[in-house]
Design a protein around this ligand. Structure first.
Ligand code: PMP
Ligand code: GLN
Length: 380
């Protein structure tokens, strides 16, 4: 294995899912829904296969999907996007990795707000870049703007943002995004925005991405995917859009990472993005109920937790239950309690940032959440 990948172990999600399977535990770990795919999407993919759409797609994505993504951005976020500025990728993951490989030179720096999704640092390492972490306060999820400014330097090529945020469910505010935009402009850095939870916003809130904020718009690459919105995480259909020169650079890399994305899945996702508003609001309403069930249940067990405004996850502090190391605890409870969660320290370069915090997912049927909580209560 090349030296730059040696610091990376098995992804925490793969590890915890293996433990869940081995212990037959309730898996509140990996952020993967196990139901909820709109049946029409499956039908549309099937029809595309039967129609013979089974060969290589255009590497930029099939035109109807690129058009549907542009129309989706206008309809939901008021963004005018030319389909020529949209690139279809193998999940959000390829969009993120190809963007980093295309735009970060070896030795350049990437500002990453932590806790952070695990693929960002790995992609920066592949590019030969250096992560400059900025810690979010926990559990309050505030961005320290002085720390953010201090993380930028003359070597900064990019800043990665993720809103709604995995693992905390926090949303960056307009002021925080504007501050990020001003710093990015001063340092001529690209803003790479991971918005895979854009439709999972609760309590009547709205999604706000940097492309929607004037200070950021002209230097932002917006990434999302069908995985969470349509409960098709296994389809791995994602996308990135932004200013043409940036998208062209990402497309150059994407040609050689995968070339194209599963052809028959693309027209199905295109039709999905045009489904009526009710499909999207129902997704959020279902997850809001699940969130409330999980938060109430975890508090009943004795965890301290806030109610997240968005996303798939609740952050629970296990310290009141006598836990001092969430990683060790998350490795023990599949067998001891029959439940799986993910330690937040796996998202942090410094484990001391979140020693006792555990992420539990609520992208599961209510019965699974209730059963998970029942088992945790029995353990405690
Ligand atoms: N970014 C974040 C914040 C995620 O939580 C995930 C996992 N769902 C991804 C990216 C990966 O998305 P995809 O499965 O579309 O590659
Ligand atoms: N995004 C999912 C999570 O945060 C996991 C994706 C994966 O398994 N790589 O749990």
């Amino acid at each position: 294995l090349v030296a730059r990948m040696q610091p990376f172990g098995t992804s925490i999600f793969a590890e915890m899912t293996q433990r869940a399977v081995a212990a037959d535990a309730v898996n509140l770990g990996q952020g993967a829904p196990d139901s909820g795919t709109p049946p029409e999407l499956v039908q549309w993919a099937h029809e595309a296969m039967l129609d013979g759409r089974n060969q290589y797609p255009p590497f930029l994505g099939v035109p109807e999907l690129r058009e549907a993504i542009a129309a989706h951005q206008q309809r939901f976020h008021g963004l005018a996007v030319d389909p020529a500025q949209v690139l279809v990728t193998v999940g959000a993951t390829e969009a993120l990795t190809a963007s980093i490989l295309a735009l970060v030179e070896s030795g350049e720096e990437v500002v990453v707000i932590e806790p952070a999704y695990d693929s960002y640092a790995a992609a920066v390492a592949l590019a030969g870049g250096v992560v400059r972490p900025v810690p979010l306060t926990l559990p309050g999820c505030e961005l320290d703007l002085d720390a953010l400014e201090a993380a930028f330097s003359e070597r900064t090529a990019m800043v990665v943002v993720n809103t709604p945020h995995n693992p905390t469910g926090a949303q960056l505010t307009r002021e925080e995004l504007a501050a990020i935009g001003r710093l990015a402009e001063r340092h001529d850095a690209v803003i790479l925005s991971d918005e895979v939870y854009e439709h999972l916003v609760y309590d009547g809130g709205a999604h706000l991405g940097p492309a929607m904020v004037p200070e950021c718009a002209e230097r932002t690459l917006t990434v999302s995917s069908a995985g969470k919105t349509f409960a098709v995480t296994g389809w791995k259909v994602g996308w990135v859009h932004g200013p043409q020169p940036l998208v062209d650079a990402v497309a150059k890399v994407k040609q050689f990472t995968t070339f194209g994305v599963g052809t028959p899945l693309q027209p199905a996702v295109a039709k999905g993005l045009a489904l009526p508003d009710a499909v999207f609001t129902e997704l959020a309403a279902t997850h809001q109920r699940r969130r409330d069930l999980l938060v109430e249940g975890l508090r009943g067990v004795g965890f301290t937790c806030e109610t997240p405004p968005a996303g798939y996850f609740v952050i629970a502090d296990a310290a009141p239950l006598g836990v001092t190391d969430a990683l060790a605890w998350c490795r023990a409870i599949p067998d001891e309690a029959g439940v799986v969660g993910v330690p937040v320290q796996a998202f942090c370069s410094d484990p001391a940032h979140a020693p006792t915090l555990v992420r539990f997912g609520f992208c599961k049927p209510e019965e699974s959440i209730t059963e998970g909580v029942r088992r945790l209560a029995a353990w405690a």
